[in-house]
Design a protein around this ligand. Structure first.
Ligand code: HEC
Ligand code: HEC
Length: 276
């Protein structure tokens, strides 16, 4: 093909972001080159896991909170952060993405197969399992899990505080939510939220219960498939419910967060709208 003249469009970065020299300042502040140094208090498997999670696995690129200059925080007890419209939960709480209370086997199955019991990976995490984690050796998966399970299990402050709603408002939402659930969700997730052959239990499910309802709202609105992997080659999919209004999504989310023993804060309609 003959070459053409093509004028490149100018970038449209803001005044600070467009100055390349400032990258050196950012790096001086937030980037410390180095090699992984084994922690002598732990065995070789744990150290391999820490190296993979903190280094090559880039897990913290999503799972660690960023400061306002876009640098990830490091250290203990860091919250998760938002990525591609999803919330990547913290590894430092078993109510979020922490594996502290899970067995080694269940944790390894989730990372390798994308599904373990009632937990499934969805959204950007499905890509991580599909493209990357399912191809790791069993030894490397076990090393990562050993490291993740050893992290402290703490209470993480939610990044967004739940809005306060009056009890009367919540009661109305529960009514609407029950109707939506019976019409649209019950056949797969079960009358009592205990799951069926086709879909996971929602009672006790941490995507449902997590303080930050971002992923719950996304799952209801967009549906989705866990990744197809060797251990789960034909995953069942959750259909999208984008024909539900924001108020109906908030209502059914609130209903499943407060039924069958679940006890999480209601989801306000404004929170659903914010996630559009
Ligand atoms: C592109 C961003 C991204 C990267 C990189 C990433 N994750 Fe995630 N992860 C997410 C999101 C978003 C969720 C929440 C959705 C879900 O539960 O599947 C999640 C959820 C999880 C969960 C909880 C799953 C559940 O069902 O409870 C674990 C465990 C996890 N990630 C481990 C890892 C590990 C280990 C790595 C590094 C190999 C990693 N993640 C890298 C975005 C990411
Ligand atoms: C056709 C069957 C089907 C219907 C109908 C359905 N779901 Fe699902 N749902 C699934 C499947 C399959 C998954 C993926 C996880 C799995 O493999 O069990 C899922 C996942 C979820 C998750 C995430 C669970 C997790 O562990 O990450 C939530 C929350 C959820 N559904 C809520 C709902 C709600 C609320 C409705 C009704 C508005 C609904 N679902 C309707 C099949 C269904």
């Amino acid at each position: 093909m003959p070459a053409v003249e093509q004028e490149l469009p100018d970038h449209r970065l803001g005044s600070l972001a467009s100055r390349r020299s400032l990258l050196a300042v950012w790096q001086a502040l937030f980037f410390t080159p180095g090699t992984y140094e084994a922690n002598p208090q732990h065995d070789a498997v744990w150290n391999r896991g820490a190296y993979l999670v903190e280094g090559l696995g880039h897990c913290m690129a999503c799972h660690a909170e960023r400061n306002r200059f876009g640098a990830t925080r490091s250290g203990q007890n860091i919250a998760g952060d938002y990525v591609q419209g999803w919330y990547a939960p913290s590894f430092f709480s078993s109510r979020e993405a922490g594996l502290q209370t899970w067995s080694q086997e269940k944790s390894a199955a989730l990372l390798q197969h994308g599904k373990a019991g009632d937990a499934a990976v969805l959204g950007p995490m499905a890509d991580i399992v599909y493209d990357s984690l399912q191809h790791l050796s069993d030894d490397d998966i076990h090393a990562m899990v050993s490291y993740l399970r050893s992290l402290p299990d703490t209470d993480i402050e939610p990044r967004r505080r739940p809005l306060r709603l009056s009890q009367a408002r919540v009661d109305t939402m529960l009514d609407v939510g029950r109707q939506v659930y019976d019409r649209s969700c019950k056949d797969c997730h079960g009358r009592q939220g205990r799951g069926t052959e086709a879909a996971a239990a929602l009672a006790g499910n941490r995507t449902v219960l997590m303080a930050d309802p971002t992923n719950l709202v996304n799952t209801i609105r967009y549906g989705g498939y866990p990744p197809s992997t060797e251990g789960n080659p034909r995953p069942f999919g959750m259909p999208p419910f984008n024909d539900l209004s924001d108020a109906e999504i908030a209502a059914v989310a609130t209903y499943i967060r407060q039924s069958w023993g679940n006890d999480a804060a209601p989801v306000a309609t404004s929170h659903v709208r914010q996630d559009n």
